[in-house]
Design a protein around this ligand. Sequence first.
Ligand SMILES: O=C(CO)COP(=O)(O)O
Length: 253
Amino acid sequence: MRKKIIAGNWKMNKVVSEAEQFLSEVKGNVPASEQVESVVCAPFVSLPALVEQAKGTDVKIAAQNMHFEDNGAFTGEVSPVMLKDLGVEYVVLGHSERRELFNETDESVNKKVHAAFNHELTPIVCVGETLDQREANETKSHVEKQVKAALEGLSEKQVKQVVLAYEPIWAIGTGKTATSEQANEVCTHIREVVKSAVSESAADAVRIQYGGSVKPANVDELLAQSDIDGALVGGASLEADSFLKLVEAGKHE
Ligand SMILES: O=C(CO)COP(=O)(O)O
């Protein structure tokens, strides 16, 4: 049985004091991490305070991006070494906003996934199709290409530790959720891709989140699907109450 993982992706929201306020409200109220993993993906500037505050609690802290090099002349970038040194445990890689707005490619995502493992960070790798691709019936082939590229060169053991997040771009921030059947169909396909590209045991172990307008009202139905092992949540993760409802839902399934 795969443990559910609920991650709140704040994107570019909250100043440090707001981030601290949020964590003070949730940290004593999340379920034990043996039941469900609760992750907060915050902007870089809030990470030191959040990691400090989350110590000894069941909340894990994630970055939303990083460079693949350890250090060097990359003005404005943050490296995996820096994240590891802070005590960050997860990193979101290849989010569609980064692919679309910041020229993230399958190749750079793959380099970052390797860099994450080199520094014992757990990657949450995002994949997903545009509305045009869905309408052209290219969803599965597109997502397959993204998953294979992201996992290229990893060991079976590493693949088992990756978290994949299926986020259809047309459902992000639009209020349009994929139906739970549509979401599960693609997550099932992703698991089949992992099985044929890596192994059956890797496919059984890898966790696949759904993301795109997830909220307390629809999370139960999504998490009840056979191949959905969690949620990557934007808007509905910004309020402590709502985030707590989402992680509670992960516990029940
Ligand atoms: O992009 C997302 C999470 O990474 C989804 O965002 P929303 O939950 O706001 O649609």
